[in-house]
Design a protein around this ligand. Sequence first.
Ligand SMILES: Nc1ncnc2c1ncn2[C@@H]1O[C@H](COP(=O)(O)OP(=O)(O)OP(=O)(O)O)[C@@H](O)[C@H]1O
Ligand SMILES: [Mg+2]
Length: 227
Amino acid sequence: MLLLIDGVSRTYTDAHSTVHAVDDVSLQIAAGEFVAVQGASGSGKSTLLLMAGGLLKPDSGQVQVDGQDPYGLKPDARADFRAQNIGFVFQQFHLVPYLSVLENVLAPAMAVPGTEAETRDRALQLIERFGLSDRQQHVPAKLSSGERQRTAMARALLNQPKLILADEPTGNLDHDNADTLLGYLADFAADGGAVLLVTHDDRAVACAQRVVHLQNGRIDQAVASSA
Ligand SMILES: Nc1ncnc2c1ncn2[C@@H]1O[C@H](COP(=O)(O)OP(=O)(O)OP(=O)(O)O)[C@@H](O)[C@H]1O
Ligand SMILES: [Mg+2]
């Protein structure tokens, strides 16, 4: 299994309330699989994705990416592991504001071996594939939302990860750009990668081999079994 999520839960607590954002969710994704996650706003989709990506430790339960528990690693080793194995597209992009498109796409390369020229070529290819060639020197503030989203996608792919975790990556894209991105993800899975995609987009769901429905932090079995 490329991604194994076993009984994970996560609660957010503050002075006023406790939210069971994700409650005992299990999910397995093999190499070559493309899985979509759907659910209402607040159902725990982003929280689940962050836990799968080694970015948010579950309160209980286990995560393994390619056989490795990212939370069993020290912070530096975990960051390296994430950079080498996981491409993450955040719902809010999280681009570095003072870096250009090209520099943002290149940012994850610091954590992996390889020559600078090779990496730069790969970055430029991704930038071209996502239609950003004439924007590569722009900083994020000078980009449209869709351009930022495509930059975030290119950055996630730079290190040729095994697993892509993407949070509504077509939310700001027109049809053509959404098709390009979904085509890329479908190819990525067909080549043996694994994709877990949070989406409200029917076309993204159509690309998935499996759809998981979250409701109040739990997998909705009724919907899952009828799908
Ligand atoms: N950092 C946080 N602190 C407190 N509560 C949080 C935090 N992050 C999320 N929550 C709460 O946890 C629940 C799940 O949030 P999450 O962001 O995972 O939902 P989501 O399904 O991604 O929603 P959306 O579709 O709106 O992005 C929500 O009730 C949310 O308010
Ligand atoms: Mg979300």
